[in-house]
Design a protein around this ligand. Sequence first.
Ligand SMILES: [Zn+2]
Length: 151
Amino acid sequence: MGLIDIASNNSTWRGLDYYKENRVINYSKVNDNQYEGVVSNSNGKEYDVFMDIEHPRRSKCNCPHAKDRRVICKHIVALYFTVFPDEVQKLLKEVEEAEKEYEEYEKEIEKKLIKYINSMSKDELRQTVLELLYDGPEWMYDRFIRDNIEY
Ligand SMILES: [Zn+2]
């Protein structure tokens, strides 16, 4: 698992912001898999970050969120994107593809629903609509009553 894979969404996107805002003050390579650096917070506080890309869980930061815990915080993510800027494009592309996939999935569901509805008889449709209005979410019932039934 890559470092970004185990980082929370929040850490990933906040870390990406930090990278874009050039909050990594300096960094150095310890060896092929390990880097250490200093990352500045929004209030100017500086944190010491250690990053291990082969064993991401061994990465460390002395910020309150990550100190003494095995979590990938935004400072570690910021250092990661600073050392490997190509990974930013990779991440954005992955997100874009996932969104596209989800859109296609939704379209597929819609198609199947339309097909199903078209296959129903008038009686079945009446019964289904009645059940939906009766058991469905409150707003559906409210709207139907408000707009269609006069007391
Ligand atoms: Zn941190």
